[in-house]
Design a protein around this ligand. Structure first.
Ligand code: DQA
Length: 144
């Protein structure tokens, strides 16, 4: 399950020098084509509580979550708690290299609750996160 947080519905239009000019829907189609054997679902919301609801709903039935919580990464203890509450592995993703950007983006409430974090590779960060979840599923009994 791929979960995108606030403003990521605007990918392609939003600050293209940072986030690129491709929409997430277009990228997702390409990702699904590359991984025909993986059942990839997608959810996006701009609302913190809705993201938590979906993390809770899918966290017990999915093989893994790829989470880009957008700016909530830097503010949300509630999303961190939701990640700790569920069973499936969660990989944190960022399109940009947040460590090259403003200092307020350097802290994540989520990283310590996740298996790991992939950032700075543009949209390809999602594919790398998917590869890591496939590995965790195949080699680590879905635990991290
Ligand atoms: C982001 C980085 C965050 O700091 C920012 O608030 C976003 C996107 C990224 O994917 O690079 O919305 O998570």
């Amino acid at each position: 399950m791929i979960i995108n947080g606030p403003n990521l519905n605007l990918l392609g239009k939003r600050e293209p020098t940072i986030y690129g000019s491709q929409s997430f829907e277009e990228y997702l189609d390409q990702l699904k084509e590359k991984y025909p054997d993986v059942n990839i679902s997608y959810y996006q919301s701009n609302v913190e509580g809705e993201l938590i609801n979906v993390i809770q709903e899918t966290g017990f039935i999915s093989d893994g979550i790829i989470l880009n919580a957008g700016a909530y990464t830097h503010t949300s203890l509630a999303i961190a708690d939701a990640i700790r509450a569920i069973k499936c592995p969660v990989v944190e993703v960022h399109i940009s290299n947040v460590f090259k950007r403003e200092e307020f983006r350097h802290h994540s409430f989520l990283t310590s609750a996740c298996c790991g974090c992939i950032l700075g590779f543009g949209l390809d960060s999602y594919r790398l996160a998917l590869e890591s979840l496939i590995y965790i599923n195949q080699h680590q009994n879905n635990e991290c």
